[in-house]
Ligand binder design. Structure first.
Ligand code: NAD
Ligand code: GLY
Length: 361
């Protein structure tokens, strides 16, 4: 078992990574469930497999466990669904001291977190992430929210969970495509923060695709440790936390110009990381060998590294309207070697186009 602390003063919390955690009876959070009422927010796929088990586990600590299961997928991450959950919480009699439990991937996690942040001016919530992406990224750090027709994650708040409970064994039921989606973020941590971890990934590709639970326990715990370190230093993304967006400026542009249909987010992130690294090489910030290493690892993990049919000019236009652009200036997170990145504020059009073209077939 691994226990990782996210240090945020009186809002600090633990991330527990333990194979078998969810099937071994109680979840060990009786200190968090103080008024013995909790509402599980999940999606239909996940609740069908794990709902009863989790409700039973929570039942060891709470008397009254209810649930709502959303339709799986990003389309559920919208305000009308938030309202439906508020009604359910009110009907179930949740009070200020009650707990919302997010059970599932990033979609139930983000929406349940937002409900918890706003219901009766904020109640406690616990994250039980079941997708790899949610385990290594979205369940940690307190970003919660929903999408608007105008764009993703435009409404939300920072609201930290009281605990994050991760059982890597649930990855056994995760569809392979969803596993890859999380793997893009896993590689990201190696490139931005930890060369040794990157090497561990290179040496365990077969086990990662397996998926091998012992390797995943190590990998998930390390990703959570790295994210906890960043969030503890910069909860509100006023500086350091931006490194977690490595590759994402290119990725958002890919998604936008392809109409959000052509490229799923994880594919766009993988290609986006390749573009960011190539940009670094062309600017003389990163050596070519490191960029090649990243490309090879992404490729071995079954992630795309090149895109088809993108118009670089439209990509630049899309990047300029990204919500992370500050004062009209494009800032890229660029590695200067595997395991270390910095913010590059000297983005120039010609090099951006060159980097995009280098990652097209
Ligand atoms: P998701 O929640 O839609 O889950 C993906 C699919 O996997 C769903 O169909 C789900 O039912 C299924 N699933 C999940 N766990 C399963 C399991 N163990 N067994 C079988 N099926 C399972 O999507 P996601 O990829 O987990 O998360 C994407 C969302 O996360 C996006 O909305 C994104 O904006 C958000 N996100 C948030 C943050 C943050 O910091 N809050 C960070 C990154 C991404
Ligand atoms: N997923 C990026 C962040 O949490 O800041």
């Amino acid at each position: 078992m691994r226990r990782i602390k996210v240090r945020l003063g009186d809002r600090s919390y633990d991330i527990v990574v333990k194979p078998g955690l969810l099937s071994n009876g109680g979840l060990g959070i009786s200190d968090i469930i103080t008024d013995r009422k909790c509402l599980i927010v999940s999606d239909e796929n996940v609740y069908k497999i794990y709902g009863t088990l989790i409700a039973k586990g929570l039942g060891a600590d709470a008397e009254d466990v209810t649930h709502i299961a959303l339709q799986p997928g990003e389309r559920s991450k919208r305000l009308s669904m938030v309202e439906r959950i508020y009604h359910k919480a009110l009907a179930d009699g949740l009070e200020r001291s009650s707990i919302v439990v997010a059970l599932g991937g990033g979609v139930p996690g983000d929406i349940a977190g937002f409900v918890a942040a706003t219901y009766m001016r904020g109640i406690g919530f616990v994250q039980i992430p079941t997708s790899l992406l949610a385990m290594v990224d979205s369940s940690v750090g307190g970003k919660t929210g929903v999408d608007m027709p105008e764009g993703k994650n435009l409404i939300g708040s920072f609201w930290q969970p009281k605990a994050v409970l991760i059982d890597p064994e649930v990855l056994a039921t995760l569809p392979p495509k969803e596993l890859r989606c999380g793997l893009a973020e896993v590689v990201k941590y190696g490139v931005i923060m930890d060369a040794e971890f990157f090497e561990l990934l290179e040496n365990n590709v077969g086990k990662l695709l397996g998926p091998d639970m012992a390797v995943y326990t190590k990998v998930i715990a390390r990703c959570c440790e790295l994210k906890a370190e960043v969030v503890s230093k910069d909860e509100r993304e006023s500086g350091l936390r931006a490194i977690l967006n490595y590759g994402h400026t290119f990725a958002h542009a890919i998604e936008k110009v392809s109409g959000f249909e052509g490229y799923p987010h994880w594919e766009a992130v993988a290609v986006g990381m390749n573009m960011a690294a190539r940009y670094g090489v062309f600017k003389g910030i990163l050596d070519k060998r490191s960029a090649d290493r990243q490309e090879k690892l992404l490729d071995r993990l079954g992630l795309p590294v090149k895109a088809v049919g993108l118009d670089p000019e439209s990509m630049i236009e899309a990047m300029s309207s990204d919500k992370k652009v500050r004062d009209g200036v494009l800032n890229f997170i660029i590695p200067d070697r595997i395991g270390r990145v910095s913010m590059n504020k000297t983005a120039d059009r010609k090099t951006i186009i060159k980097a995009i073209k280098a990652c097209m077939v």
